[in-house]
Design a protein around this ligand. Structure first.
Ligand SMILES: Nc1ncnc2c1ncn2[C@@H]1O[C@H](COP(=O)(O)OP(=O)(O)O)[C@@H](O)[C@H]1O
Ligand SMILES: [Mg+2]
Length: 256
């Protein structure tokens, strides 16, 4: 049983096939990168995995259970968190409040909320303390201490991306989906993203599924790589194989 698996995933929008029979498996603890030129179906794959889209065909398995068809909050509660290609934060709220909100929504949605409400005030207070401690730890890990109490809408773009990553991590996911962490960044910032991803993997017990248009970053970080083009898998393997793969090189030649 693999930690995470996608089997024959297909997603059609009207006449457009955004994903065409895509299969892959991810072992626990890996950084698995999905690469491909713009429009190749990477974000669509994440939207299927996180339950935002219902796949046209195919199955998704997490820790041995089929998760395709489940609602996004249900999938999140199983331990899958994500960031978005276009940052989705509460821009008037502070860094810490965005992280606390993310954590609350995660822990108090669905069947357990009633149980939590019935709990004694002491246990609620203890839980709140634990939440704050966890969130504070993530804030330090991602170097966000200086912007902890600033509204995120005022922060530079790169910092906002870091807050979004922090919010996903505050949910203590087992599987983290990261969509284009280096989008809109220069070479220095991209190098920082690479260092951070490695740090996260070392510090946290988290498996990372990374989608990234910047092919060198994605391949450099990965234990294993899947390459897509126009929704079709064109290569899959170890980073060094993918780097030299003729289909991959061809796919990127025409890509600005
Ligand atoms: N909700 C949608 N409705 C219609 N077409 C979509 C939708 N989402 C994505 N697409 C199309 O699917 C294809 C893949 O898009 P996307 O997954 O965003 O690619 P990538 O993330 O690799 O750049 C594109 O042609 C895109 O226009
Ligand atoms: Mg995308």
């Amino acid at each position: 049983m693999s930690f995470f698996a996608v089997d024959g995933l297909t997603m059609r929008f009207g006449g457009l096939t955004a994903l065409d029979d895509v299969s892959f498996e991810v072992d626990r603890g890996m950084i698995f990168s999905i690469i491909g030129p713009n429009g190749s179906g990477k974000s669509t794959a994440f939207n299927c995995i996180s339950g935002i889209y219902q796949p046209t065909a195919g199955k998704i398995y997490f820790e041995g259970e089929g998760i395709s068809g489940l609602a996004p909050h249900h999938i999140a509660r199983l331990g899958i968190a994500r960031t978005f290609q276009n940052i989705e934060l509460f821009s008037t709220e502070t860094t810490i409040d965005n992280l606390m909100l993310g954590r609350h929504q995660h822990m108090h949605s669905g069947v357990w909320s009633g149980v939590a409400m019935l709990g004694r005030a002491t246990s609620a207070a203890r839980e709140e303390t634990e939440n704050r401690e966890r969130v504070q730890w993530i804030i330090e890990l991602l170097d966000l201490v200086r912007v902890r109490d600033r509204p995120v809408g005022e922060l530079p773009y790169g910092t906002q991306k870091r807050v979004e990553l922090a919010r996903a991590l505050a949910m203590e996911p087992k599987l983290l989906l990261v969509d284009e962490p280096s989008a809109g960044m220069n070479a220095d910032e991209r190098a920082e993203v690479a260092v951070r991803m490695r740090e996260l993997r070392a510090e946290l017990d988290v498996t990372i599924l990374l989608i990234e248009h910047h092919v060198q970053l994605a391949i450099g970080l990965a234990d294993r790589v899947l390459a897509l083009n126009f929704g079709k898998p064109i290569a899959q393997g170890a980073p060094e194989e993918i780097r030299q793969h003729p289909e991959v090189i061809k796919a990127y030649l025409g890509d600005g």
